[in-house]
Design a protein. Structure first.
Length: 582
């Protein structure tokens, strides 16, 4: 088993549960989830077995991007509750030996933030807190576009200049070149840490440094200008400074979301010898099977004329993915961060459609494939992240009308698609079904009651009709449910140090259907075999491994007692997951 080494850290051994509070549980009946609603479910999280709660933004916000547009970093949004509620949540979490990390947005603020309002005055001390530029030849300062679609510049009548917004126009980018900006940010981070939180998930933190002069970008179907925004020239300086001045003073977890981040970049960002961060949330595997321009780059997808009554695009077009590509990406990160950093193991979160609808089978094999995917997350080296609802296999939903959409990205991209192709929503709703972030934001399905037990009021977003059969109440009653399987995985990882600290060794690097690897630590060997698709497969243990004394540790087979430990020729039904000790 693993030895006690200086590399042992509580955040490496933890299991994280991500809460999107707006959709988690509504305690006051206004149709919006809130902090008191989270408090009501802390016992549920404890029973599931998680160690860390990641709370998406609950700060004061006008909600242009559901809280990722912060108006006041030191206040709680009215819809979410009060600071007293937040402090009670922290106490409830800590009383159960769990920890709380806060989502923190530092690349941009709301355009209603005090800093931005003062920045509109050119002679204000806040004048340089954001990126302000004059237009070029009567137009935008450069050709950059927003991640959400449209231009990345907005003209302000008060200042009579354009300001930069990489996201929504109500999310102006902070100018981190200004030392006063950085010091105000660091003081605010320290304020939260002194209140007792256990770390931060840092939203798009590698976008905080832009290329000097903000030059034009190369035209791109997804996001023009990205090469001047991602992993910019001073980003390592800024993050290391933030670590030295604030983060290093506390025993905390730091999870850095970084689009466009590769393994070599992560090696620089992580650890004491780098920039001090604990782990990186990268997008390489999450962007499979999107086109190079991103998930809304749809050149290979049929957009049908508005007068066609039927949409012929099959779901399989969107759900098709290549195991070789996924395995290559995950292996590159597993091997590349060995001794150099730490992985954040996730397949879904609030920014992606539902995991089982993307990488599994949300029909006949929903439960089986959800368990298989969970096995992958929990047996790779790294900290596993559960997004709310994954533990019961929540799925994507049908979006039948444009007015059902709530996500600013989905709304803007849908409008652009309809305008560009001259079609109505019916012609593109198959795209929205598989691309919209709203899929991950439908209310948590607690029961088969009205509104899935999420609220007594009118929910802010559509409830998935399948809550009548897919819900927490039913899952907790069934011995072989996805929820019970998550408990088993959490228990297994807690019991087996090898699954936390053991090295990762890939088997069969080019098998089209089976993903298999060994986690090895000292004399201990744990074999993981996953049939990733819906056909029967046969696995053969490689000759260099001895499976004569194999012990089955966990499987998603409906009849575990029937599972063979003869690894010379192992028959695997569809979406089968097996974990053995060799």
């Amino acid at each position: 088993m693993a030895q006690d080494t200086p590399e042992r850290e509580w955040w490496k051994e933890a299991v994280v549960y991500q809460i999107y509070p707006r959709s988690f549980n509504d305690a006051d009946g206004d149709g919006v989830g809130d902090i008191p609603g989270v408090i009501e479910k802390v016992e549920y999280l404890d029973e599931l077995g998680v160690d860390v709660v990641w709370l998406c933004p609950v700060y004061d916000s006008p909600n242009a991007d559901n809280g990722y547009d912060i108006r006041d970093y030191r206040a709680i949004m009215d819809e979410m509750g009060t600071m007293d509620d937040w402090e009670r949540l922290l106490e409830e979490v800590h009383s159960r030996d769990m920890r709380l990390i806060m989502d923190m947005v530092l690349n941009h603020t709301s355009d209603e933030h005090e800093w931005f309002l003062k920045s509109k005055e050119r002679d204000s001390e806040y004048s340089d807190y954001y990126y302000w530029r004059d237009g070029e030849h009567g137009g935008n300062p450069n050709n950059w576009t927003s991640i959400f679609g449209g231009d990345a510049w907005k003209y302000d009548e008060v200042r009579e200049q354009y300001y930069l917004h990489i996201f929504d126009e109500k999310q102006p980018d902070l100018n981190w070149r200004n030392e006063d900006v950085r010091q105000d940010v660091y003081e605010m981070l320290d304020w939260w840490l002194r209140k007792g939180i256990d770390g931060f998930r840092l939203d798009v933190i590698n976008l905080i440094s832009k290329t000097e002069g903000l030059p034009d970008g190369e035209p791109n179907p997804g996001w023009t200008g990205w090469e001047h925004v991602i992993n910019g020239p001073r980003v390592h300086e800024y993050i290391r400074e933030m670590y030295d001045e604030v983060l290093s003073n506390y025993d905390i977890m730091t999870v850095a979301e970084m689009p466009g981040c590769g393994v070599a970049d992560a090696q620089q960002y992580c650890g004491e010898d780098g920039d001090g961060l604990n782990m990186i949330v990268h997008f390489e595997h999450a962007d499979i099977p999107y086109a190079p321009g991103g998930k809304w780059d749809l050149d290979d997808v049929d957009i049908h004329p508005a007068d066609l009554p039927e949409v012929a695009e099959p779901d399989d077009h969107f759900n098709h993915w290549d195991l070789n590509e996924l395995r290559d990406v995950l292996t590159r990160w597993q091997v590349g961060l060995e001794g150099e950093g730490w992985n954040a193991n996730y397949l879904g979160n609030h920014d992606h459609p539902r995991t089982v609808s993307r990488f599994g089978d949300d029909g006949e094999y929903r439960e089986k494939s959800a368990k298989m995917l969970a096995t992958l997350q929990f047996t790779l080296k790294g900290t596993p992240f559960i997004y709310q609802g994954e533990e019961i296999g929540m799925t994507n939903v049908e979006w039948n009308d444009f007015d059902e959409l709530r996500d600013v990205e989905a709304i803007q991209q849908s409008e652009e698609l309809m305008e560009r192709h001259g079609v109505n929503f019916e012609a593109i709703r198959h795209v929205v079904k598989h691309r919209s972030r709203d899929n991950a934001r439908t209310p948590m399905q607690w029961s088969d009651a009205d509104n899935a037990g999420f609220t007594d009021g009118d929910p802010w977003i559509k409830v998935n009709p399948n809550h009548e059969s897919i819900n927490v109440a039913e899952a907790r009653e069934a011995e072989d449910s996805i929820w019970a399987y998550y408990q088993d995985l959490i228990d297994l990882r807690e019991a087996e140090d090898t699954l936390v600290y053991g090295e990762y060794h890939l088997l069969y690097e080019d098998h089209p259907d089976i993903y298999a690897y060994v986690r090895a630590d000292d004399d201990d060997r744990i074999l993981v075999v996953l049939n990733c698709f819906g056909a029967d497969m046969t696995f053969h243990l490689p000759d260099h491994l001895d499976g004569s004394d194999a012990e089955l540790l966990l499987t998603n087979n409906e009849d575990p007692d029937s599972v063979s430990t003869d690894l010379d020729e192992l028959d695997l039904p569809p979406y089968e997951a097996r974990v053995y000790r060799l």
